[in-house]
Design a protein around this ligand. Structure first.
Ligand code: V47
Length: 367
């Protein structure tokens, strides 16, 4: 395989990776531009193996999207709706309690909860959500509110970002998911989500969370109008932030799903290819040398490709999920949930050891 990598003109990058040397942005560009997927995957697999050995992680989790009402109305999003839309919804705190209660018999360790940027819900609604989840399931880890929602809540509460994070922590927040990052480039934000928190704003919220002891994840929404330069710029900003704080747990590339989105009405866009899905995971694994985990989120790329991604740099496939709305509103054809047995099979068949983890990657069970 080493000769295959050299024949692909990537011999110097192989040497860097073998020596544990950091890749430059130019190296990352060459990996993206390489027409040879297998050598890029091989490089990523070296990094994955060094960091995570034979382990591949999953989690028993539940997703709750408390409301899709959103003032940002990003052009790539089919989930967010105007308050007056027929498709708008908003769960009451008691409805969220019910959602948690109806699954108390399951060994759920994480509740992943995000929503839109709501124009008029009071701050107490958000702290009440956290409190009632903890009342129903005291031991669950709540991973909730993207950096974009946190910035919004900092405004609504008047507490500022550090203040709101401390307050949400007291109410039960355990960590912050990676959504809302999209592509940090001001050009992409201007064209697709001009009302949203800026890329540097997103990074600042994440770094503030890290400094207050809250871990966060990071995502990148790819496969629409972004260039590979903009992908690398995004990854570089994440790598620099991680150098400063060390608080990111996982990077999760999110494949753009065009159905029902404004962006697909403006220009003809199709789903990302399998090659691009794998390449982005592999380049991220090679480039983000300070991220412990790269997640192949099966909801976005399908169970089969997520399985293969475990040989292209990914060491995590996310979890049971149930039930996913954001990507399904945009045309995802994947299931809305996976069982633990299905996840075990997916991972075992990929030649990895299935590790059920909690949100912070503590081992719950090694199978
Ligand atoms: O923030 C919106 C993205 C995100 C579309 O942190 C879209 O572990 C594809 O962030 N096609 C929400 N993606 C999902 C998310 C996430 C999911 C699973 C695990 C974690 C984690 C984070 O989905 C949004 C946005 O970036 N999104 N619209 C779309 N049409």
């Amino acid at each position: 395989m080493d000769s295959l990598v050299k024949n692909a003109g990537l011999g110097d990058i192989l040497e860097k990776i073998q020596d544990g040397e950091r890749l430059s942005v130019a190296d990352g560009m060459r990996l993206f531009q390489s027409p040879d997927l297998l050598p890029v995957g091989y490089l990523a697999n070296i990094v994955r193996e060094r960091k995570n050995g034979g382990n591949a992680y999953f989690i028993y989790n539940q997703h709750i999207n408390y409301s899709n009402i959103c003032t940002n109305l990003c052009k790539f999003c089919a989930f967010g709706k105007d308050k007056d839309s027929d498709l708008a919804y908003e769960m009451s705190v008691e409805e969220v309690r019910h959602k948690v209660r109806e699954r108390l018999a399951e060994p759920i360790t994480e509740i992943h909860m995000v929503g839109g940027i709501h124009p008029d819900l009071p701050y107490s609604y958000y702290t009440d959500l956290l409190k009632i989840i903890k009342e129903e399931r005291p031991d669950v880890h709540i991973q909730a509110f993207t950096c974009v929602e946190i910035a919004h809540l900092a405004d609504v509460s008047g507490l500022g970002v550090p203040g709101v994070l401390e307050d949400l922590k007291k109410a039960g927040l355990g960590s912050i998911p990676g959504g809302g990052a999209e592509v940090f480039s001001p050009r992409i934000r201007e064209l697709t989500c001009e009302k949203k928190l800026s890329g540097t704003g997103w990074i600042e919220v994440a770094k503030t969370a890290h400094r207050l002891g809250l871990h966060t994840n990071a995502t990148m929404l790819y496969g629409h109008i972004e260039t590979i330069e903009e992908r690398l710029e995004h990854l570089d900003m994440l790598r620099q932030a991680q150098d400063e704080t060390g608080g990111f747990l996982a990077f999760i590339p999110l494949a753009f799903h065009p159905k029902n989105t404004e962006l697909s009405k403006l220009s003809k866009l199709s789903r990302s290819s399998g090659i691009d899905d794998l390449k982005i995971i592999a380049v991220a694994r090679c480039f983000l040398d300070n991220f412990p985990h790269i997640k192949a989120y099966w909801v976005m790329i399908g169970q089969k490709l997520a399985q293969i991604a475990l040989s292209f740099g990914a060491d995590d496939v996310d979890g049971t999920v149930k039930e996913e709305i954001i990507t399904h509103m945009a045309g995802a054809e994947t299931e809305q949930a996976m069982s633990r047995d299905q996840l075990l099979r997916l991972i075992r068949e990929a030649g990895r050891i299935p590790i059920e983890r909690d949100t912070l990657y503590n081992v719950i069970n090694s199978y």
